[in-house]
Design a protein around this ligand. Sequence first.
Ligand SMILES: [Zn+2]
Length: 177
Amino acid sequence: MLNQSKDKLAPIPMAERGETLEIKLSMAKMERLSELVIDAAGEVAAKLEFGIDSEGIKFISGSATAELTVECQRCMQPMNVSVEVEFKLGMVVDEDLAQELSEDYEPLVVSEETISLSALIEDELILALPIVSMHEDTNCSPYVSEYLADDSDKESESEEDRVFPFAQLGEMLKKKQ
Ligand SMILES: [Zn+2]
């Protein structure tokens, strides 16, 4: 297992040698991800396999898991989400070649000898984060959401409108059928 000082990897020789790597990365180093979560103290576990496919494409096939604490968009309280990502990156030297890459791969532009593993895994995690995170109803605090609800038309609003904004969506979908 590598430590943080070896975050920089040379992916091309690693693909040529068919290396595999299991690593734990500190989330505190992932600044962009840290901005999206409440608690960035944890670790991200990643597994990577480097290789060359039958077309000669050098790839990184990997997965990463992280336990993140984000803010519930309904009650604004912390909630835990487990994020698990799998990715298959095809190495290309520039953006033009990225266009030609098979759809099996997400392009990874390797313009320098080394890449930052933290940055790579961070990108994947950010893409995998739910756009809107909300507690399951039973865990969500109705008092807090009531307090924070838009109060511009509070007087006329019914209980359902205020607390369950998606209840009507379900009704609408039913009517469509
Ligand atoms: Zn909530």
